[in-house]
Write a protein that binds this ligand. Structure first.
Ligand SMILES: *[C@@H]1O[C@H](CO)[C@@H](O)[C@H](O)[C@H]1NC(C)=O
Ligand SMILES: *[C@@H]1O[C@H](CO)[C@@H](O)[C@H](O)[C@H]1NC(C)=O
Length: 326
């Protein structure tokens, strides 16, 4: 009798583990580069407010810049819908804050989105579901995934479950931990899968995208869980850029002891927090609204930061030799 119930416990535990790891699995997608071998895209974060707080103005300028650069896709760094994510797949906020805002021709491309902490305060399962893609086929939000774009590989990481305070001090907020809890198993699996994806990548440019900051001069500042658990992996596997939102600003920070660069694009709507720290290696910080463009070739990258009027605030260029695989 005892051994029979023991076997059941083991079976149940195995099933739970499989379940957890399947949601922490990195789905792999392909997005071809242009025939010329280049790639360009926009990055926006922290945006869904039905057009308010300059969201619509930022969207208009994204449309203009997107046209000029003939972008291939758009990346959203999360906090896609304020204040509390979506209520379900039929929440009108999806159209009011996404479909009916980013209407420019050039933005009718694939969007690759991660979830932010505000998305977890609503129905996070709905936001990653295929049902939304039926309403607007541009929308692709998954928990963690890889986009192989030939000249660059993008690793999208679900960072909200890493942050301990959302689990231990949820105040009046509730978080949708379905498909995620327990935290420890989930983040261990995400890190293990991220490491194996990074190790297996032969792309000349490796770009990791998550909602939360690793390093930031803004209101939220650094995220200690990511500094401790994820940053060492990014350095060990020669990641070029970590791109995030969460702090409602635009910024560039370099790393003092590795080539890794931190790019924050969290200016999609409400900004102007006014409290700026001054970390070492801060290259650029803008507290207002805006977005970022990235142009890549096999050997060169140009990253440009724009304000709400589409004016260029700052540019970052980087070149490197091709790693020969021959
Ligand atoms: C919209 O952008 C302008 C220009 O940066 C700024 O002065 C204004 O405060 C912004 N509005 C809001 C609501 O953030
Ligand atoms: C930066 O890169 C762009 C395109 O990748 C190039 O046109 C421009 O000349 C570069 N600027 C500098 C200062 O290297």
């Amino acid at each position: 009798m005892a051994s029979k119930s023991m076997a059941l416990v083991v079976l149940a535990a195995t099933l739970i583990l499989c379940f957890v790891s399947s949601f922490a699995e990195f789905q792999r997608l392909n997005h071809g580069a242009k025939a010329s071998g280049s790639l360009s895209f926009l990055v926006v974060g922290d945006w869904g407010r039905r057009g308010a707080y300059n969201q619509s103005q930022v969207a208009t300028q994204m449309g203009r810049v997107g046209e000029n650069l003939d972008i291939d896709f758009v990346i959203s760094t999360g906090d896609n819908f304020y204040d509390d994510g979506l209520t379900g797949v039929d929440d009108k906020a999806f159209e009011d804050s996404f479909s009916n805002i980013y209407t420019a021709n050039s933005l009718q491309k694939q969007w690759y989105a991660v979830l932010g902490n505000h998305d977890y305060r609503g129905d996070a399962v709905a936001q990653v579901s295929a049902a939304l893609r039926k309403i607007d086929s541009r929308w692709l939000c998954l928990r963690s995934f890889v986009v192989d774009a030939e000249i660059a590989e993008f690793f999208f990481v679900d960072t909200t479950p890493f942050v301990e305070k959302y689990w231990t001090h949820p105040k009046d907020d509730t978080y949708d931990w379905r498909e995620v809890a327990p935290r420890k198993n989930y983040i261990e699996t995400v890190l293990k899968n991220l490491e194996s994806e990074l190790r297996g990548s032969s792309a000349n440019w490796k770009i990791v995208v998550g909602h939360h900051t690793i390093k930031s001069a803004g209101h939220h500042g650094d995220t200690p869980e990511l500094v401790n658990l994820m940053l060492p992996l990014l350095k060990a596997h020669n990641v070029d850029f970590y791109i995030n939102g969460h702090d409602h600003c635009l910024e560039h920070i370099s790393d003092s002891d590795s080539p890794l660069q931190f790019v924050t694009s969290g200016g999609g709507s409400k900004a102007w927090r006014g409290d700026v720290k001054n970390p070492k290696d801060l290259k650029f910080f803008y507290d207002g609204q805006g977005f970022v463009s990235v142009q890549l070739t096999r050997t060169d990258v140009e990253i440009v930061f724009y304000d709400v009027f589409g004016q260029v605030l700052y540019k970052l260029n980087e070149s490197k030799q091709l790693y020969s695989t021959i």
